[in-house]
Ligand binder design. Structure first.
Ligand code: CO
Length: 185
């Protein structure tokens, strides 16, 4: 079972390496294991039995103990057409190829499975991005256009592959500063 690497471990700050494609059996099993862990983290019964496990919507490989460019994302994302829609990715070598000038941020601030302490403040991210990656769930290369919350989650997880944590983006002098034109989520 995966043991989450916390920000007290310097490994979390390392830049992760590209993953060879097609995926090796070992890498495929690892990303599937990450998704399994993420889904367990969303199960209240599991969390009750494993108090160290916290609920997450995304997990990057460095958090699971390997500094390789892989991440998983899963959360309920109801739309008008599909009230049961779940946004789910198993991304390998993700790359942001388009980004907006416009910013967005979570009103309640961000959290992270690797960060136990509170870090109050706004984390500004690009409102719209396009990500190019191999998606192991689809079994092919994909382009994801994401805005608002979806874009925030992707940028948070991709940051992990570069050793960056959410609180690096908080202005220590003015954690709740307002960027004009930015969109609160
Ligand atoms: Co995180």
């Amino acid at each position: 079972m995966i043991k989450i690497v916390k920000d007290t471990n310097p490994k979390i700050r390392e830049k992760s390496v590209e993953v060879p494609l097609p995926l090796s059996k070992e890498d495929a099993e690892f990303i599937e294991e990450m998704m399994k862990y993420l889904k367990l983290s969303q199960d209240p019964e599991y969390r009750e039995k494993h108090p160290a496990c916290r609920e997450g919507v995304g997990l990057a490989a460095p958090q699971a103990g390997r500094n390789v460019r892989m991440l998983v994302i899963s959360y309920a994302n109801p739309t008008e057409e599909d009230p049961n829609h779940v946004t789910e990715y198993e991304l390998v070598n993700p790359r942001i190829i388009v980004n907006s000038i416009k910013k967005t941020y979570l009103q309640g601030g961000e959290g992270c499975l690797s960060v136990d302490e509170e870090h109050p403040g706004y984390v500004y991210r690009d409102f719209k991005i396009v990500v190019e990656a191999y998606d192991h769930l689809l079994g092919k290369k994909t382009h994801i256009t994401a805005r608002g919350y979806d874009a925030i989650v992707l940028q948070h997880e991709i940051d992990h592959l570069n050793g960056v944590l959410f609180y690096d983006h908080i202005d220590p002098k003015d954690p709740f500063k307002k960027i004009p034109g930015s969109v609160a989520v």
